[in-house]
Design a protein around this ligand. Structure first.
Ligand code: THU
Length: 201
C-alpha cells in the first residue's frame, strides 16, 4: 500500500527533453494530468489547422449606434429572464452581437456547488462558439436592475478577449447606453501571442 504522501505528492517539475521524449503519453515529463505537450514541430502543424483564434479584423470597428446598443440591451434583459440565480439572487443577462448581425443570448447559471457558476457573458460566448460563430462586434450586459451598469467580471473579460479583442461592451447608462471598448476594461491583456512567444520548445 502507498501512503498518502506517496500517492498525492506533487511530482517535481521536469524539463521536457528536447526531442519530445519517446516513451508513453507522459514522455514530455509534464507534471500535470493529460498527454504530454506536442513537440514544437507537431505543434506548429496543429496550430495552423486548429490553433488559437486569431482575429481577422484590422481596424477598430465603429461602436454600435445608440439604437443598436439600446436594442442589444433589450435582448440582454430578455435573456436575463432565463437566469438561474437562486443563490446570489443576482440575475444577469447578456446579448452578444455577432459579425453578421445576429444576437446570441446568455444568462447566468448557478449551482449548489457555487464555484461551478457560469456567468451570462460566457454562456453567450460558449453558445455562439457552439453555433460556429467566432466574430463579434459587441456584447450587452444587464444585472438585476434595468438602469444600473453591471460590468463583466475579470474572467469574462479575458474569455471575450480571446475571440474579440476589439469588442464593444454595452451597459445601461444614466441617459443613453454606456459603450466601452473591451481593451479599456482589460488593459495589458494576456493573449495567445504572448503565450506563443514564451512557450518552451
Ligand atoms: N455574474 C455574471 O453573470 N456576469 C458577470 O460578469 C458578473 C457576475 C453572475 C455570476 C453569479 O451568478 C452572479 O452574477 C453573482 O456573482
Amino acid at each position: 500500500l502507498h501512503g498518502w504522501g506517496e500517492k498525492h505528492a506533487i511530482p517535481p517539475r521536469v524539463r521536457p527533453p528536447r526531442n519530445g521524449g519517446v516513451a508513453g503519453p507522459r514522455a514530455g515529463g509534464s507534471p500535470y494530468c493529460g498527454p504530454a505537450p506536442p513537440s514544437a514541430a507537431r505543434r506548429r502543424t496543429r496550430r495552423r489547422k486548429d490553433g488559437p483564434h486569431v482575429s481577422t479584423s484590422r481596424a477598430t470597428p465603429a461602436p454600435p449606434s445608440p439604437e443598436t446598443a439600446a436594442r442589444l440591451l433589450e435582448h440582454a434583459r430578455r435573456a436575463r429572464a432565463q437566469a438561474y440565480a437562486p443563490y446570489s439572487r443576482f440575475p444577469v443577462g447578456a446579448a452578444l452581437l455577432t459579425e453578421d448581425g445576429s444576437v446570441v443570448p446568455g444568462c447566468n447559471v448557478e449551482n449548489a456547488s457555487f464555484s461551478l457558476t457560469n456567468c451570462a457573458e460566457r454562456v453567450a460566448l460558449g453558445s455562439a462558439i457552439a453555433q460556429g460563430r467566432r466574430g463579434f462586434q459587441a456584447i450587452a450586459v444587464v444585472g438585476p436592475e434595468d438602469d444600473v451598469a453591471t460590468a463583466p467580471c475579470g474572467s469574462c473579460r479575458q474569455a471575450l478577449f480571446e475571440f474579440a479583442p476589439e469588442l464593444w461592451v454595452v451597459m445601461p447608462g444614466s441617459d443613453a447606453p454606456r459603450v466601452v471598448p473591451l481593451r479599456e476594461l482589460l488593459p495589458g491583456a494576456f493573449d495567445a501571442q504572448r503565450l506563443e512567444e514564451g512557450a518552451r520548445p
